[in-house]
Design a protein around this ligand. Structure first.
Ligand SMILES: Cc1ncc(COP(=O)(O)O)c(C=O)c1O
Length: 377
């Protein structure tokens, strides 16, 4: 474990233009470095990178990831995948989310005409419906068995429960089990010095389950996992063939606590304007919950980190107001001043924005649409 990073070391992206606010700026140099280093790390281990694209929802960022060596995309919802297949050069996609319901299956079949699609499954009901429709359509759908290795969200419990599920799924016509996946997202809740152990335990539980599944003669060729805080650890585990990290492209305030990632690696910042100074210790910025989202950071109090102001706290949000509590005589908070906020959790913030302003050396060089924003179906 490296020492925790200091909050006050974050460089301001310092956009020269007067952009209307609130807006999301992305520093191109930090973005490229994040993309390239993760790709090089995965390549060095011989692990394929299939980044989760829910973080950026952007065809342009997807293309950067492919250029750096990503082999495919991970998406949650079909809508996200549809948008990125249409515009982001995605031709191979994992839907790492249960695909349930007739409308979804119809869209899945259409998506399969345009890209290779693998779906994660953690239950028999969803599997039976997919099997029926694949047979009817004369198609075969590749499937990862989703295993719960401690996150306690979706997934069949690692070990016997997941093995029994894999055996049942393998009997279903129209489905082909090709892998065993987990999302070791529980590491987001781990203390900084316990992340490595928690990550490696999840990786071992996944591989142990895959071994059991293979012992029944089933093909569980692919080993898929990924969560940004775990990304230095879990891809090194035996049996892992692909990493699905997502947040690493931008990083966020929650990532600081992992020690490895400092604010200087946080590419995405919300630029906001101070719109009111109702009291000496209180400023209001034009970014509320409809901009910053409501996620908390385990590493820093409040609703985001105000770059360059480590003692300022975005203490409350209403929809369009961010109430910032200030230490005595804090400069930089006059009405009209701009402040940069590193969001607590960047993924929902991106989903609230129409576009990303790409900044190179202080200048906006491009505006990228968040094409898959709002694609929650
Ligand atoms: C199934 C799945 N895989 C991968 C990821 C990527 O995790 P992270 O954003 O921490 O890299 C997520 C994130 O929510 C996920 O839900």
């Amino acid at each position: 474990m490296t020492a925790p990073v200091a909050f006050d070391t974050a460089p301001v992206i310092a956009v020269e233009e007067i952009l209307d606010t609130p807006c999301l700026v992305v520093d191109e140099a930090i973005l490229r470095r994040n993309v390239e280093e993760m790709a090089a790390f995965a390549a060095g281990l011989g692990v394929a990178l299939r980044p989760h694209m829910k973080t950026h929802k952007s065809p342009q960022v997807a293309r950067l990831q492919f250029k750096a060596g990503a082999v495919g995309a991970t998406c949650a919802k079909i809508g996200e995948a549809e948008a990125l297949v249409a515009e982001g050069g995605v031709s191979d996609v994992l839907l790492a989310y249960p695909t349930v319901g007739e409308p979804k299956i119809r869209r899945l079949l259409a998506l399969m005409d345009r890209a290779r699609v693998v779906v994660a499954l953690d239950g028999r009901e969803a599997a039976a419906a997919l099997s029926r429709e694949m047979v009817r359509a004369g198609r075969v759908l590749e499937v990862y068995v989703e295993v719960n290795t401690g996150q306690d969200r979706a997934g069949a419990r690692h070990g016997e429960e997941a093995t029994a599920l894999a055996i049942d799924l393998a009997q279903l016509p129209g489905l082909r089990v090709v892998g065993v996946m987990t999302h070791e997202g529980q590491v987001n809740e781990s203390a900084p010095d316990e992340i490595d152990a928690a990550a490696l335990a999840a990786g071992r539980a996944r591989e142990e389950t895959a071994r059991q599944i293979r012992s029944y003669g089933l093909n569980a060729r692919d080993g898929s996992l990924g969560a940004t805080p775990a990304s230095p650890y879990t891809p090194t585990e035996p049996g892992v063939t692909e990493s699905r990290t997502g947040t690493y492209v931008f990083n966020d305030n929650a990532a600081f606590r992992h020690g490895r990632v400092g604010p200087d690696r946080c590419a995405a910042r919300v630029v906001t304007t101070v719109v009111s100074r109702p009291a000496p210790d209180r400023a209001v910025i034009d970014a509320g919950s409809k901009t910053l989202a409501m996620d908390r950071s385990p590493s820093h109090p409040g609703h985001g980190y105000v770059v360059g102001h480590p003692r300022a706290e975005i203490a409350r949000l209403s929809e369009e107001h961010g109430v910032v509590l200030l230490p005595p005589n804090e400069p930089g908070f006059a009405v009209g001043d701009r402040v940069e906020v590193i969001p607590n959790h960047v993924c929902p913030v991106v989903n609230l924005m129409d576009e990303l302003h790409l900044v190179r050396d202080g200048r906006v060089v491009d505006v990228w649409p968040v094409t898959a924003r709002g694609k929650v179906r």
